[in-house]
Design a protein around this ligand. Sequence first.
Ligand SMILES: O=C(O)CCC(=O)C(=O)O
Length: 271
Amino acid sequence: MPNVLTDEQVECWRRDGAIWPIDLLTPEEAGEYAKRFKALEDSIDGEVQDRFRIKAHLPFPWLWDLIRHPRLADVVEDLLGPDIVCWGSSFFTKKAHDPRFVSWHQDTTYYGLEPPESITAWIAFTRSDTESGCMRFIPGSHAAATVLPHDETHDAENLLARGQTIHEIDESTATEMPLEPGQMSIHHNMTVHSSEPNRADYARIGFAIHLVSADVRQVHFDGALGIRLRGEDRNGNWTEDPPPAYEMAPESLAAVDEYWLRYKNAMPARA
Ligand SMILES: O=C(O)CCC(=O)C(=O)O
């Protein structure tokens, strides 16, 4: 029996490889997160999603709090079991009328996790719908448990680091995952997904939290870091992430950069 999700949601997860919408925050709380995001955006050069990669939470106590939201762990426990580690987090943001997109891809391509069983909780700080370019996915695409060939396009308008793209996707079953502020979707790392440009008058701000069962390990490099959210890490696969002494502490900023370099340099090249 799941704790929080319904039997139908768990069945949908097994069959389709994604579930949405799941209520996590109130719309007011989501609005506060959006405000914090915008304040951060105004305070740095360049874009937040480019500056803080794969461990975006490290310098921000408010993102640590979000990752440790008890309802998030309750939901994830229904899918991954009792031992839960957050191994990363990333912003996926599109400004109002932003031509950028995310090509069809599978997350597992570069993750370096063994077994390749990771899930992403994608939390909407603002509305994510058809107009603003919400995520869409191919139901059941996770089930083959195969990494499909990805072409590294390095397209400047693609939000993915290498523009990794699976070509020739049959989009006839593509399904959108619209979310209201404060709701989240969860997708499996084998699920084929993408998103279109933002044609709306408002920004689409999403925060993606990457989660595994503690028995999953990083095989691309040693010394993988994570936040244990629940249960035990019996094999010692994950050393605890260093918490920020305060917002944007220099040590935390350096830790984001150092980890991103390690992660990026260990990524295998794809065709
Ligand atoms: O935000 C998007 O449009 C795509 C997000 C994504 O690819 C992911 O969370 O894995």
